[in-house]
Design a protein around this ligand. Structure first.
Ligand SMILES: [Zn+2]
Ligand SMILES: [Zn+2]
Length: 658
């Protein structure tokens, strides 16, 4: 305890702080050190990091130490903040429902939850009441104080309070490990900590939803209710989070997909999408974009089989490492597997001929079907499927070509993500602990990856030890219109598979060597990418992607023939056009076209029919005036060819997000 510590020189310790070194009495608390900290840090510090260990600001310092502070800007600081909010939630719940039994309350990446057994299940309508009580606890600004108890004391306390789950947790704490509880006002919770110093720090929170959960996640155990919430340091960040969440719900591709007539799912084929005609247009446009760019970069497209003998998967290593995720079947006493990846097939193609160093790099692209048996519980619309297609390619190259080839792949990433106004960032993952191959080969390859990125001036974050066992890799994270990140493109260097398949090429000195292989996909799974795009654009696709690019709307029956004629002319020019000649009011037809998110509405009445024109309306209600059929076709085709983006996104900076 600081106030008991003698302040003489004998019992002083040295503390190294970000803002200087101090001699202080043993037992000084980090909170006291904050008095000399810059005002902003003093106000915002949540917990301290003492020689690498995250602790409460009130934890006395026992020896010389290096001390830093975490704020809401730090990932670990946010986790403490949100976890502390779970205690606020638990305290409010115990005030309102004294019979409720508490289980555990961890922080998630952007939220938190607490598993609770209520006397009667609560509904979402009850959350506002709990929130109001939480606000009271926060306003009371109760200090959150750590105490260490004996096992017996903790056991007796929680048993007496009717908290069987807490008793169970106490019993499982290993002998010799301290048992800590945290007290805030009348409320005491079993917890390892650390926490923010007082409830007053937790002002901006929101309870989000309630779900069911088994105690410890084990079926058959007591059923609990999992109350989700989130909290932020600043009100405006909470508001922004809630807006994004609401907007994400509105844009959910699982709802928009069927609504816009793009795709559907059926229980008969879990994890496999049914592409309706309009959705398939979108899919093929993405493939077309990929082909166009890759052909320019010297890629050759192939199509390889999708079912192979188990022998192949044994050679590739999938049998050992990936068998549980494969669709296998037995025929004529032999096991076959549907391909989860294209690489083994491409290796067979490479090995068909004698390859010279002059043939390299060889770039083999494929858009064929792949299947991975993801667990049924993890399937999620198009974002997690079992059947999918990638803009996949395998590059076979000499070791001295790695840097050039990586730079070229990044150029492709730029071209493709630029089209969608999606900024991205790059993460370079290096040698993991259980790696295969020669360490020096790894070092050279990692250096070449880094060099390639440096040479083209691309910043990247290093993620040491997270590479695949066969080679280092680059992962690309794109940011969508809501600021959400998605991992999409990946570029993996592989030294192992060429060895497994015995691939060789004749080097310039006439000797045989093993090529290096790069696995790369830019869109990744086209299914998943479509799901991301539906949400990114909220279904308002740019003209080149829009399944229906224009709809001709008739004002009266007498112009129906002219409308069909105009539509036919536009189709002949290469546009995707529909006609709405129902006997409905024009206002209704316009609203329907807006709901269907058709980019252009072409209104025709007697005047337009006589002049051979169309009254052109953009989706957002903008009136572009009358123009001839040919003039509209030219304008629209130019927009398609340039793959221009609709209004709001057009101004967004593409390229890396930093
Ligand atoms: Zn806690
Ligand atoms: Zn591959």
């Amino acid at each position: 305890m600081a106030d008991e510590a003698p302040a003489d020189g004998r019992d002083a310790i040295t503390v190294r702080l970000p803002f200087g070194e101090r001699r202080v009495p043993r037992g000084t608390r980090p909170a006291e050190l904050l008095r000399e900290a810059p005002a902003d840090l003093a106000r915002r510090a949540l917990v301290a990091v003492v020689d690498g260990e995250v602790v409460d600001l009130a934890r006395p310092l026992e020896r010389d130490a290096e001390v830093r502070f975490l704020t809401f800007d730090d990932e670990a600081g946010r986790a403490v903040f949100r976890h502390s909010t779970t205690h606020l939630l638990a305290q409010a719940v115990k005030r309102l429902y004294p019979e409720a039994r508490l289980a555990t309350g961890p922080a998630l990446a952007d939220r938190f939850y607490y598993d609770i057994q209520f006397p009667e299940p609560i509904g979402e309508a009850d959350l506002a009441r709990i929130e109001a009580e939480m606000a009271k606890v926060a306003a009371e600004d109760l200090p959150i104080v750590r105490e260490e108890w004996s096992r017996e004391a903790a056991r007796a306390f929680f048993a007496e309070r009717g908290e069987p789950f807490k008793v169970e947790i106490v019993d499982e704490i290993p002998e010799g490990q301290p048992i800590s509880v945290y007290r805030q006002g009348e409320f005491v919770d079993l917890c390892r900590g650390p926490h923010v110093p007082s409830t007053g720090r937790l002002r901006h929170f929101k309870l989000l939803n309630v779900a069911g959960a088994y105690w410890r996640g084990v079926e058959g155990n007591p059923v609990l209710q999992r109350v989700y919430g989130t909290s932020f340091e600043r009100r405006e960040d909470l508001d922004r989070y809630l807006w994004v969440r609401e907007e994400a719900r509105r844009r959910d591709h699982r709802r928009l997909g069927p609504e816009l007539d793009l795709f559907s799912f059926h229980d008969e084929a879990p994890g496999f999408a049914f592409w309706r005609p309009k959705g398939w247009v979108l899919f093929r446009e993405l493939e077309r974009l990929s082909r166009e760019v890759q052909e320019r970069h010297g890629y050759e497209e192939v199509r390889t089989p999708y079912i192979y003998r188990a022998e192949l998967w044994k050679v590739s290593g999938h049998w050992e490492h990936y068998r549980d995720n494969m669709f296998l079947s037995e025929r004529e006493g032999e096991v076959f597997g549907f391909k989860p990846m294209n690489c083994p097939g491409h290796c067979l193609l490479f090995a068909e001929k004698v390859r010279s160093y002059r043939d390299l790099p060889l770039r083999i692209a494929e858009y064929g079907p792949l299947a991975r048996c993801e667990r049924s519980g993890t399937l999620h619309g198009l974002l997690r499927v079992r059947g999918f297609h990638q803009d996949d390619a395998h590059l076979f190259l000499r070791e001295d070509q790695i840097a050039d080839e990586i730079a070229d792949v990044v150029a492709i990433v730029d071209e493709i993500y630029g089209v969608f106004a999606m900024p991205y960032r790059i993460v370079l993952s290096t040698r993991p602990e259980d790696f295969m191959g020669e360490p020096e080969l790894w070092e050279r390859a990692e250096a070449q990856l880094a060099e390639a990125l440096d040479r083209i001036g691309r910043p990247y974050r290093l993620n040491p030890g997270d590479g695949a066992f066969y080679g280092p890799k680059l992962d690309f994270y794109v940011t969508d219109a809501l600021g959400r990140e998605w991992q999409t493109a990946t570029v993996q260097l592989d030294f192992q598979m060429p060895i497994q398949f015995g691939l060789r090429y004749v080097a310039s000195d006439g000797r045989e060597r093993t090529p290096v292989m790069i696995h790369r996909a830019i869109l990744g799974s086209i299914e998943r990418f479509t799901g991301i795009l539906v949400e990114h654009f909220a279904g308002d696709f740019p003209l080149w992607l829009a399944p229906v690019q224009a709809r001709v709307l008739t004002i009266s029956d007498e112009v129906a023939a002219y409308a069909r004629e105009a539509a036919a002319a536009l189709r002949a020019a290469g546009l995707r056009v529909e006609v709405d000649d129902r006997g409905e009011k024009i206002g209704l037809k316009i609203r329907d076209a807006e709901t269907a998110k058709v980019p252009y509405m072409l209104v025709v009445g007697r005047r337009e029919a006589e002049a051979g024109e169309l009254a052109v309306r953009a989706r957002k209600g903008e009136n572009l005036g009358a123009m001839t059929v040919a003039a509209f076709a030219e304008r629209a085709l130019d927009e398609v060819r340039s793959r221009r983006l609709p209004g709001a996104l057009a101004g967004r900076e593409a390229g890396e997000a930093g």
